[in-house]
Design a protein. Structure first.
Length: 256
């Protein structure tokens, strides 16, 4: 009996990068970002995926975050983060700072720095905003006392919490941002079929997703990414378990 091939969805980093991080698919990225950022995007260049990348020590594989230039004056980085590693706030700030500072050469003037936006889709709930119903939160630096004045328009961070999105009972299927999140999450096949009938870009993105799943090299990289993530998660869980056991031994030794 022939084994059914696994279907890789957009939550896989390799698939996500191929769908939204290629210049040939920039209309997908453009429509998604226009409705997430609530801005008109006249030009978009998504063919600059060389700045931010995560290197894995046990493989030559590199997973690229999606970096693009909007309207020639705004940098944007999009990242998918499935596992909660306990450091997401600092990681986002670090990647934002790296992308912002890497614009400058030694002789450049600070005035050339472009606005920089970091977008992270996470498959867990962010601890500090668990009390908020919103599944999308936007962040800037504001004046501490009056909480009105923005320090600089150059920094914006958006965090999309997919578990909160899934919990929403009354989603607007006609909302374009909702449609893209349904497609990226790829768990509600009935809703995705409805969305494909009304949104031409998502219909084409679904066709591209099928092509990517039929590509042997893309499948190899997608499988490798999942194995790396699984191994890393197992290693973290082992270290946590070991740490708890060591802590328990020390506490027991003190009470004897």
């Amino acid at each position: 009996m022939q084994k059914t091939k696994k279907f890789y969805t957009p939550t896989n980093d390799v698939i996500f990068s191929n769908l939204f991080g290629k210049n040939k698919n920039k209309k997908f990225t453009k429509q998604f970002l226009e409705h997430l950022l609530e801005m008109k995007i006249k030009t978009i260049d998504v063919d600059k995926n060389t700045l931010l990348k995560r290197e894995y020590n046990d493989t030559k594989e590199s997973i690229l975050d999606i970096k693009c230039l909007l309207n020639d004056d705004t940098q944007c980085n999009i990242e998918m983060q499935l596992a909660d590693e306990g450091n997401i706030e600092k990681r986002i700030l670090y990647y934002w700072a790296k992308m912002y500072s890497n614009q400058l050469e030694k002789t450049d003037d600070y005035n050339i720095l472009k606005k920089t936006i970091a977008i992270v889709l996470i498959d867990f709930e962010l601890e500090k905003v668990k009390g908020l119903d919103e599944y999308i939160t936007g962040w800037q630096i504001i004046e501490k006392k009056h909480r009105k004045e923005i320090y600089s328009e150059d920094l914006e961070i958006y965090i999309v919490e997919m578990p909160k999105f899934r919990k929403k009972n009354n989603i607007d299927i006609n909302n374009i941002l909702t449609q893209w999140l349904l497609f990226i999450d790829y768990k509600n096949e009935g809703a995705i079929k409805m969305v494909k009938r009304t949104n031409k870009e998502i219909e084409e993105a679904a066709e591209e997703l099928m092509r990517l799943n039929a590509d042997k090299e893309v499948r190899r990289r997608a499988e490798m990414y999942e194995l790396i993530e699984l191994n890393a998660r197992s290693a973290r869980n082992y270290m946590l378990k070991k740490g708890r056991e060591e802590g328990m031994k020390k506490r027991n030794a003190r009470t004897e």
